[in-house]
Design a protein around this ligand. Sequence first.
Ligand SMILES: C[S@@+](CC[C@H](N)C(=O)[O-])C[C@H]1O[C@@H](n2cnc3c(N)ncnc32)[C@H](O)[C@@H]1O
Length: 209
Amino acid sequence: MSDEPELAAASALENAYPQSAERLKRYVDILASRGISWGLMGPREGERLWQRHVGNSLALDDAVPQGSDVADVGSGAGLPGLPLAIVRPDLRVTLIEPLLRRANFLQEAVDELGLGDRVTVVRARAEDVRERYDVVVCRAVAPLEKLLKWTLPLFGDGGQLLALKGESAEEEIRAAGKPLSVSGARAEVLELRVAAGVEGTRAIRVTTR
Ligand SMILES: C[S@@+](CC[C@H](N)C(=O)[O-])C[C@H]1O[C@@H](n2cnc3c(N)ncnc32)[C@H](O)[C@@H]1O
C-alpha cells in the first residue's frame, strides 16, 4: 500500500469498524496476495482495495436491515458479501458464484476468516438457485434488466435487491422498465458513502412491495 488515498481509506474504515478492523485487514491481505495471484483481481486493483473494493462494499451497510439473510450474487472474490459479513455479525450471508476457481477462493477465505458458521459458498448461477433471501446484493455482474430476471425469484415478496452501480443507474432503470412493471417492482437510486475519506458509490434498490 503506497498512495495516500488508500492509506486514508484504510484508516477511515478501521476507525469506522474498530471491532472488525483485524478481520478486514486479513481479508484485504488475502485479496492482495491470492486474489491477485489466482487472477481474481487485476494487479492494479491492489492499490485500491480499501478505497474502492472494501469501501464500495461497506457503503451498503446502512441499507441492509438487521438480521437479514443476504445473498451476494456473482460474488467473485467476495465483493460485496465478505466485507459485509465481516462487519455485520447479525447477518447470514450466502456467496453465489458459478466459477470453480472463484468458489474455491471464496471457501478458503471464509475458512481463514473464521466465518464458516454464518457464511456459505454456493457454486451456482443465480438463476439456478431456489432459495429465498431477505436481501440480494451484487456488484459488477450484469445490467439491471438481466439481474432482475436472475434475482427476483431470490428476494421475492418483501425482500430487496441492492445492486451497486455507478453513473449508469438511471439508464439501467429506464431500460428495465418492462420487467419492473410486469413484476410490480419499484426501483430507486441510493447515493452511498461508508465514511469520510472513502470513495462514494451508488446503488439501485429494487423492492416488490
Ligand atoms: C466482474 S465479476 C464481479 C465480482 C465481484 N462481485 C466484484 O465486484 O468484484 C462478475 C462475477 O459474476 C459471476 N457471474 C456471471 N454470471 C453469473 C450468474 N448467472 N450467476 C451468478 N454469478 C454470475 C462471474 O463468475 C463473476 O465472478
